[in-house]
Write a protein that binds this ligand. Sequence first.
Ligand code: K2U
Ligand code: ZN
Length: 170
Amino acid sequence: MATFEVLHFPDERLRKKAVPVEKINDQIVTIAKNMLETMYDEGGIGLAATQVNIQKRIVVIDLSENRDAPLFLINPEILEKDGIETMREGCLSVPDYFEVVERAETIKYQYTNLDNQLVVDTTDGLLAVCIQHEIDHLNGKLFIDYLSPLKRQRLKKKIEKQEKLQHNVL
Ligand code: K2U
Ligand code: ZN
């Protein structure tokens, strides 16, 4: 197994829109499994291929306590949304920053699993938030895009200042 480098905001490659997976072959399975390894290594509960500079519509998620119940979502789509919920979100591509984001409370969604089966399901809670967060990544959108322009600008300046400090230290 291998792991990928996770891109960090404001890397413009995070803004690329991922394309649908045409055929689930060995290459796609290997990418998905390496993404899962990367997610576990980074301490995340979800990861989209865009975050590792792969512009394919692949998402991995594992919300389990023992980190042993992975979900592999190929070409995930949200079919229906209902209600509103707010949750404090973080992101592996925006380290050390957390903000409250408003999203749909319940979603009906579909995806193709690694056995090439179409799965259609409805969920709410953390899984619903995670799926919406990851599909945003596939569309080049970050959770900080829901912030006010002022908050987003302040965050960008904070990260650029941190990068300058790190650069001077190295
Ligand atoms: O896409 C990602 O960056 C992974 C997110 C998934 C997620 C975000 C918001 C709400 C639910 C799931 C991270 O796994 S969130 C947790 C986190 C954040 C920063 C560092 C480590 C873990
Ligand atoms: Zn994220």
